[in-house]
Design a binder for this molecule. Structure first.
Ligand code: SF4
Ligand code: MG
Length: 322
């Protein structure tokens, strides 16, 4: 198999002031070139922390204390902010939930997108602006020549997210990290944005790490899915396989709470919660961290934390396949 574009190995993140508070407990993920990996799970499972770790943007007070993150064959210098600034935007693009947070209200759209280009490349103003118009066309914004002069507040939420996508793609990155890219948008607009991302991916051969709680999006977009629970990856499979034969009790719970992908329409609600709550990072649970919510737990589950083997972390699955 070719070396993956992004390879996260045994990533552990904790609260610096309270090292027992483990937020990521050894997460391993990989994304191949041109591939889409979706990372799903309820809020607090660590999926956003995983993507922030990759970008070197962990919030203050948190630290990566073990594990490696490799990008295109070399270690990402995630704690070196200057080095990461050169990689973010140029090699790794980012799209977050709230487009307004990524845009500066006092600069025109044209200036903001051009700034991304100027930050990473030496090009003339005119050349940058010509590329901006091209990018805005590519993200299917109407009348790009007019939009370059507009300010963010004059655009709709969906249009703003298209601008953010244009910024993320301005330097033709190899990887796009999209963290809940459509959650803040109307449902019809959500579908349009996802279609746009898929089209752009096909056109540019870009890899996507899609962070979402919305299994409908996963079914539409992803080649593979990693399911996270309480700071660990509990299952990983090809998208079709995961929907057809979920193996971890948590994955089954997530799917049971979601309409079947084929019949899912925009407008349907995101996942409903599985009874019980996700344990907090400081909860010292013996055994499997899903046990308090698991309806099929056995004795062993209280004593031993299942390791991830053969695409799932659950004692029952290991037995099934023994
Ligand atoms: Fe449930 Fe046990 Fe599997 Fe954990 S290891 S998910 S408690 S059956
Ligand atoms: Mg999140």
């Amino acid at each position: 198999m070719a070396t993956p574009l992004l390879s996260i190995n045994d990533l552990q993140v904790r609260i610096r002031a309270n090292p027992r508070a483990q937020l990521l407990r050894g997460v391993s993920l990989s994304v191949g070139r041109g591939e889409t990996l979706a990372v799903v799970g309820e809020s607090g499972c660590g999926k956003s922390l995983t993507s922030l770790s990759v970008m070197g943007l962990l919030p203050d007070g948190l630290e990566k204390h073990a594990g490696t993150i490799q990008f295109d064959g070399t270690d990402l210098p995630v704690t070196d902010n200057d080095a990461m600034r050169k990689i973010r935007g140029r090699r790794i693009g980012m799209v977050f939930q709230e487009p307004m947070a990524a845009l500066n209200p006092v600069y025109s759209i044209g200036d903001q997108v051009a700034e991304v280009i100027h930050e990473h490349e030496t090009v003339s103003k005119a050349e940058a602006m010509a590329r901006v118009v091209e990018l805005l066309t590519q993200v299917q914004l109407p009348d790009p020549a007019r939009i370059v002069h507009e300010y963010p507040h004059r655009l709709s939420g969906g249009q703003r997210q298209r601008v953010v996508i244009a910024m993320a793609l301005a330097c033709r990155p190899d990887l796009l990290i999209a963290d809940e890219p459509t959650t803040a948008l109307d449902v019809t607009v959500q579908a349009q944005i996802m279609r746009l991302l898929r089209d752009l991916q096909e056109e540019m051969g870009i890899a996507i790490l899609l962070i979402t709680h919305n299994l409908g999006l996963v079914a539409q977009m992803a080649d593979r899915v990693a399911v996270m629970y309480a700071g660990s990856k509990v299952e990983e499979a090809a998208t079709r396989e995961l929907f057809a034969r979920p193996r971890h009790p948590y994955t089954r719970g997530l799917l049971a709470a979601t309409p079947r992908p084929g019949r899912r329409r925009p407008g349907e609600p995101p996942l409903t919660e599985i009874p019980g709550v996700v344990p907090s990072a400081t909860d010292m649970l013996d055994g499997c961290r899903f046990r308090p919510r698991c309806s099929v737990a056995v004795d062993l589950c209280t004593r031993q934390d299942p390791s991830f083997a053969d695409s799932v972390a659950c004692h029952l699955s290991t037995r099934e396949h023994a």
